[in-house]
Write a protein of this length. Structure first.
Ligand SMILES: [Fe+2]
Length: 382
């Protein structure tokens, strides 16, 4: 009987450069829309499940029976079936992904960010979405920033460490993934803290951010969080500066590129807003701040040797001179327009979920929430 493996093991193999062949048996369209990717290139094959039903020997003839094959499908049944077919044909090392591609899409990898001894900062990388959320821990309290909808992960993380989640922040109204913020705040009896530029008129209960306010842990010691309104990607986008050392930049500043201001379909207006934000609110921040972004697009350029997505702000500016050196608002708008791409249709629906206007069932949310983000203004680096 072929064994199963978890999404967490799958990530570990990719991070460690294991020499498996990954066999995606979903149809070509689903595979091209969203496939497993990680910090290193992997040997990925896409041979649809039906090929293994119709002509198993022919379908498997593209694979080496001596190699280790890790099968992936939508839910798990087809991968298990194909793994068993391969075993029956003499393949010696075959296993299948538990709970399918959705478990990969929801996977969060916790990595500790080096910080002063009196607090802990964690990056929760979601490789399936190329997005990052964060946890800040002081004494027995935890703050969470930009949680994804896999809220069980954050509450388990806190429970295992005897922590209480006291504050939940969203840097903005997300368009590319369903936020876990409101539900995580609710089950933790924590405050949900967001800017009303994005949330006024929504059906979500929240504490509005005041620009320039400093938020502290309930025990009022430990690092404070300076809230800096940084509109552009969205009207309510906010950057959180922790302990004057770290910048949780949401989709305003990425390690490569900046957050695209065209998702709200007010490209000129929001691009101008972003230009002003970058010039007057972001570039005035110290260069030694460590940028902790909401997304990434390229592991090679954006991750450290320890697979953390971060860099100091000075380096980030140098990596993106083509953006930061633009000194004219109209030229900046032009740059944004030149780099504009279509946004996935589902983004409008995701925004409605995140504003509390619609509440699709879990299966529907799983499907809406699958797929990589499209949040960066460009993929170019100077
Ligand atoms: Fe975003």
């Amino acid at each position: 009987m072929a064994q199963s493996y978890s999404a967490a093991e799958l990530y570990e193999w990719i991070e460690n450069g294991a020499s498996h062949i990954y066999l995606d048996v979903r149809n070509e369209e689903d595979h091209s829309r969203f496939a497993v990717e990680g910090p290193h290139n992997i040997e990925m094959r896409n041979i649809p499940y039906f090929d293994f039903i119709e002509a198993p020997e022919q379908a498997s003839s593209h694979l080496d029976p001596e190699s280790s094959v890790r099968v992936i499908c939508a839910k798990e049944g087809s991968a298990q079936f194909v793994a068993e077919v391969l075993e029956s044909l003499g393949f010696i090392d075959v296993s299948w992904l538990e709970k399918g591609i959705i478990s990969w899409g929801n996977l969060l990898i916790p990595k500790r960010i080096p910080s002063p001894d009196n607090y802990q900062l964690w990056q929760f990388n979601r490789p399936g979405k190329a997005s990052c959320s964060y946890g800040l821990i002081h004494a027995d309290e935890m703050m969470v920033f930009d949680p994804s909808r896999n809220i069980g992960f954050y509450s388990d993380f806190a429970t295992q460490r005897d922590l209480t989640i006291t504050h939940v922040f969203d840097t903005h109204l997300q368009a590319d993934y369903i936020s876990g913020g409101p539900n995580l705040a609710k089950i933790s009896q924590a405050e949900y803290i967001v800017h009303e530029g994005d949330f006024s008129g929504s059906d979500i209960e929240f504490r509005p951010i005041v620009d320039g306010e400093r938020i502290q842990f309930n025990n009022s010691s430990g690092p404070d969080i300076l809230c800096t309104h940084s509109p552009g990607h969205t009207p309510g986008s906010t950057t959180f500066v922790i302990d004057e050392r770290f910048m949780i930049s949401g989709d305003t500043v990425f390690i490569v590129s900046v957050g695209r201001p065209d998702l709200g379909r007010k490209v000129v207006e929001w691009a101008k807003e972003l230009y002003r934000t970058l010039k007057t609110r972001i570039c005035t921040l110290p260069e030694n701040l460590i940028v902790l972004p909401g997304h990434y697009t390229d592991w090679d350029l954006e991750s450290t040797d320890d697979y953390l997505i971060l860099n100091d702000f000075g380096t980030v500016k140098r990596m993106n001179e083509d953006i930061y050196e633009i000194d004219d608002e109209d030229q900046f708008v032009e740059y944004i327009i030149e780099n504009m791409r279509e946004q996935p249709e589902v983004y409008d629906e995701i925004r409605k979920v995140n504003a509390g206007f619609i509440d699709p069932d879990e299966d529907e949310q799983d499907i809406m929430d699958l797929g990589k983000n499209e949040c960066a203004a460009s993929h170019m680096v100077s």
